[in-house]
Structures are given as structure tokens and as C-alpha cells.
Ligand binder design. Structure first.
Ligand SMILES: *[C@@H]1O[C@H](CO)[C@@H](O)[C@H](O)[C@H]1NC(C)=O
Ligand SMILES: *[C@@H]1O[C@H](CO)[C@@H](O)[C@H](O)[C@H]1NC(C)=O
Length: 309
């Protein structure tokens, strides 16, 4: 008897708890395309509230979706600003609320705002393109039917640039680019060969020359520089040879012409031609030695002359 009372009491308690807190949550919360949807309960008086968090892993609080606070709506159109978000929805009836039910994260497949991720690696006269997706949902869904249309053009072409494009599925090298030119690249999705979503941002890079070309040019520069310097030296030497007297005069601006008769007085009638005056300021140190030699010879000659007479 006591046992029966116990069981009845627990049963009644369970029913009370159930009716207070046990409102059934929305079922089957899922994202189909860009629609967040759930299965409504078989009760017209039940309302639903929707919240979201842009970064599912962060500790930030859940925010209300303002259009979905206690409404009968059982779906929500996901727009591009919700990329990466997670949603949660619950049932509400009078004072009763259910547990939250969570959605998956919003991916590229659910919004059209995803753009191709393009990485450029410029090398000599070429660029290595590495393509990636913001997440793997498009690739998982469409496989090879999702491609990239990469456009590229020379930026400083002046006027309207000539745009070229290639369709690639992952990584690709573009060869035969003009060196020293600023090339811009932009990628767009193709889904079943038709443009899909928005194009990526433009990325521009200056394409470098081949190292051989740089080396060859440096070599040619050095050769022409050498030739130029040699030619200049040759010309200088030629001019010096041809006009060496004038040049000598130019280089000896303080040349003092001492009149012959002064020298005769100074040297007591020494033959001037044979014995240049050592006092002449026009003499340079290198002339001095020859002058002194000549002078000594002259003095010897003079002594011989005197001894003879
Ligand atoms: C969300 O809405 C509920 C009901 O209107 C409100 O009580 C709650 O404070 C709101 N939360 C935020 C984060 O605004
Ligand atoms: C790829 O992009 C270029 C340049 O924007 C465009 O002219 C071309 O039609 C595109 N290709 C496809 C298949 O859409």
C-alpha cells in the first residue's frame, strides 16, 4: 500500500515537472541552402525564439535575432552577415520554455558572400597562384563543378587595361608575364561554368625579371662603363701628347723668364746654352738633377778651359 502511494506520488511529481519545464524543443533544426528551419510543434500556441553568435567558439553572449523573438515563424533566411555564425532556437508557451536546439555553423554553401581566397607568389616572368576556399562546404557539395575564373591585367597599361583570364580548379602557374610590370589579379567563382558570388579583391604585384637577364644587363653595363672610361683615358692621353707644350705652359703658370743679360751678369759670361741657371724658379725638382749634372760638366769644361789658357 505504502509502495503504491510512493509510486503515485513520483508519477504526479513527474507530471508536474513535465508541465512546468518540459516544453518540447523545436525538432530537426537545420540549414537548407540559405534557410534555417525547424519542425514546428503540433501546438498553435507555441512560439519560437532565435538567437545567434557570430563566432561559435567565443565566450561572447548570444544575441537575439530581432525578427524572431517569440514568433510563430519556423524558418529564418540567412543573409551574408551571418557567415560563420551558429544559431539556437527554443519553444516558448506561456511561462514555459524549452531547451535550446543548436544549428550547424553557417558556411559558404549557405551564403553567397564567400569570395575565392587567392595567394600570389611572383617569380621571374611568372606568377604561382594558390587558390583556396573560405571553408570546404562548396567543394564538398559541388566537387569539380566549382572552379575559379582568374582575371589578370597590366596595371600601368594606360587607358583601358587588356584583361586576360584563365579557368582553374586549384593551383596554377601563369607564365610569360612581362618583367618589371605591375600585374593585377582577381578571382571569381564559377559554379557549373557560370559566375557565382562576388569576385575577390584585386591583388597587384610587380613581376620580377629573370636572374639571367639581370646578370646579363649588369655585365653589359660594366663592359660599356669600362669602354667609356678607356675611351676617355685614350682621348686625354692623345690631347696631352698633341699639345704637351701648351699643357706644360699651362701647368707652369709662374714661369719666370729671366732676361739673358741678367744671367750673363750672374754667371760672369758662362755660356748660357750649356749651363742653365739653377736659380731659375722655373726649374722643378726633377729638372734640378739634370741641371746639376749639366752644371758640373760645365764647371769641369770651364776648369779645363782655364787650365789650357
Ligand atoms: C533577447 O530578448 C529577450 C526577450 O525579449 C530579452 O529578455 C533578452 O534580454 C534579449 N537578449 C539580448 C542579449 O538582447
Ligand atoms: C572569366 O572572367 C573574364 C573576365 O572578367 C570574363 O570575360 C569571362 O567571361 C569569364 N569566364 C566565364 C566562363 O564566365
Amino acid at each position: 500500500m505504502i509502495r503504491f502511494i510512493h509510486v503515485t506520488a513520483v508519477f504526479i511529481l513527474v507530471i508536474i515537472i513535465e508541465s512546468t519545464f518540459g516544453l518540447e524543443p523545436p525538432q530537426d533544426v537545420k540549414i537548407v541552402g540559405s534557410d534555417l528551419q525547424w519542425k514546428p510543434l503540433n501546438d498553435d500556441n507555441v512560439l519560437y525564439s532565435l538567437q545567434y553568435k557570430l563566432n561559435s567558439k567565443s565566450e561572447e553572449e548570444w544575441l537575439n535575432v530581432s525578427s524572431h523573438i517569440g514568433t510563430k515563424l519556423a524558418r529564418f533566411k540567412i543573409t551574408s552577415e551571418f557567415y560563420g555564425a551558429v544559431f539556437r532556437v527554443r519553444s516558448e508557451k506561456e511561462n514555459h520554455i524549452s531547451e535550446w536546439q543548436y544549428s550547424n555553423q553557417v558556411q559558404c554553401l549557405n551564403v553567397e558572400s564567400c569570395v575565392p581566397q587567392m595567394n600570389l607568389n611572383v617569380k621571374a616572368e611568372m606568377v604561382h597562384l594558390t587558390m583556396a576556399h573560405m571553408d570546404d562546404s562548396l567543394e564538398k557539395e559541388y566537387g569539380d563543378n566549382i572552379e575559379f575564373n582568374v582575371s589578370y591585367w597590366k596595371k600601368d597599361n594606360g587607358g583601358y587595361p587588356e584583361v586576360q583570364s584563365i579557368i582553374i580548379s586549384r593551383n596554377e602557374d601563369i607564365h610569360n608575364l612581362e618583367p618589371e610590370q605591375n600585374y593585377c589579379f582577381q578571382a571569381e567563382y564559377l559554379l557549373f561554368h557560370k559566375p557565382y558570388g562576388n569576385p575577390s579583391e584585386e591583388k597587384c604585384e610587380i613581376v620580377p625579371e629573370r636572374p639571367e637577364a639581370v646578370k646579363r644587363r649588369a655585365f653589359l653595363y660594366s663592359i660599356s662603363a669600362t669602354l667609356f672610361v678607356s675611351a676617355m683615358c685614350g682621348a686625354c692621353i692623345f690631347v696631352l701628347f698633341k699639345h704637351h707644350k701648351k699643357v706644360k705652359q699651362c701647368l707652369q703658370p709662374l714661369h719666370l723668364e729671366i732676361p739673358d743679360h741678367y744671367l750673363e751678369v750672374l754667371y760672369n759670361g758662362f755660356p748660357l746654352e750649356a749651363c742653365p741657371s739653377p736659380s731659375s724658379q722655373s726649374l722643378r725638382s726633377y729638372d734640378m738633377i739634370t741641371v746639376m749634372d749639366v752644371e758640373q760638366n760645365c764647371q769641369k769644361e770651364e776648369q779645363e778651359k782655364r787650365s789650357l789658357t
